[in-house]
Design a protein around this ligand. Structure first.
Ligand code: FE
Ligand code: FE
Ligand code: ZN
Length: 278
């Protein structure tokens, strides 16, 4: 199965997202668990979730990807900001327990001059606290571009976080094609080598999802600027190799390109056209 979809607005609830996904030819989608800048969360609408789950089954949707607000920082310098991030993730994971097939993705954090080692320790401490509350949803660390003091710019940093967490079975990774290229991994010229390196450092079994984005910038720019599929430095050919790679092709792919719905529909159709038989 080719699992392909995009980021959708969660403002109108799960059922509305499901309808939109079906309309644009997607069979998976990503959404923010709450306003991406953080902040409060809407009351859970159980009827909406039930309607979505029935629709999802009918449509044969694959795994949903719930993205944490990108402003929360598990390794912030201020303890109150770290605590806020922990509580936000705990609350999000509790709510996601109602969904049978969902992955939770978050940006590991920014160490803000504390150094990546301190950042890694703080992130792992937070994960140990968060995961001690129980639950089933896999928690994915996103590979980062290395903008500012972002932690997770190398596979080694992700591995270091995982090594320090107790409940390793719930930890996975979401690989963002724009971010890894920006952080210096040449997925355009050496995709096989990059995946071999990921496998030896992190383990491919931890890779659960792909953010499929083109990039506005050359390799190792550390800028994190997504581009439309085919218009960037990775290009359609480069991204077609990603969706067809034998080690990646069964994973769900989520577009986070600068698009409205019609643009996403076109990109999904474009990528379906590039998909080879397994
Ligand atoms: Fe992200
Ligand atoms: Fe991403
Ligand atoms: Zn990004």
């Amino acid at each position: 199965m080719f699992w392909i979809g995009c980021h959708l607005s969660s403002a109108k609830g799960y059922f509305a997202m499901g309808r939109q996904a079906a309309e644009i030819g997607a069979n998976v989608f990503q959404f923010f668990t709450r306003n991406p800048r953080g902040g409060s969360v809407k009351a859970l609408d159980l009827a909406d979730i039930e309607a979505f789950l029935a629709f999802s089954q009918e449509q044969g949707f694959g795994p949903l990807l719930a993205h944490a607000p990108y402003t929360m920082n598990l390794c912030a310098a201020k303890p109150e900001l770290r605590e806020f991030a922990r509580q936000t993730i705990k609350e999000d994971l509790t709510r996601l327990e109602l969904l049978p097939d969902v992955l939770f993705n978050f940006h590991p954090g920014s160490h803000v001059k504390q150094g990546s080692e301190t950042g890694i320790t703080l992130i792992a401490d937070a994960l140990n606290d968060i995961l001690s509350e129980g639950g089933k949803t896999p928690v994915l660390l996103e590979t980062m571009a290395g903008k500012g003091s972002e932690v997770g710019r190398t596979f080694e940093e992700l591995r270091a976080i995982i090594d320090k967490t107790e409940q390793k079975e719930r930890i996975g990774v979401c690989l963002d094609t724009c971010h890894v290229y920006d952080s210096g991994y040449d997925i355009l010229q050496d995709l096989d080598d990059v995946l071999a390196e990921f496998d030896s450092v992190v383990g491919l079994e931890r890779l659960r999802a792909i953010h499929l984005n083109d990039s506005k910038n050359p390799i190792a720019s550390h800028k994190d600027r997504h581009e439309k599929i085919g218009d960037g430095t990775l290009g359609l050919e480069g991204l077609a190799r990603v969706i067809n790679h034998p080690k990646l092709r069964d994973l769900p792919f989520y577009l986070e390109t600068p698009n409205e719905l019609d643009g996403y529909a076109r990109e999904i159709a474009l990528l379906r056209g590039q998909r080879k038989e397994g």
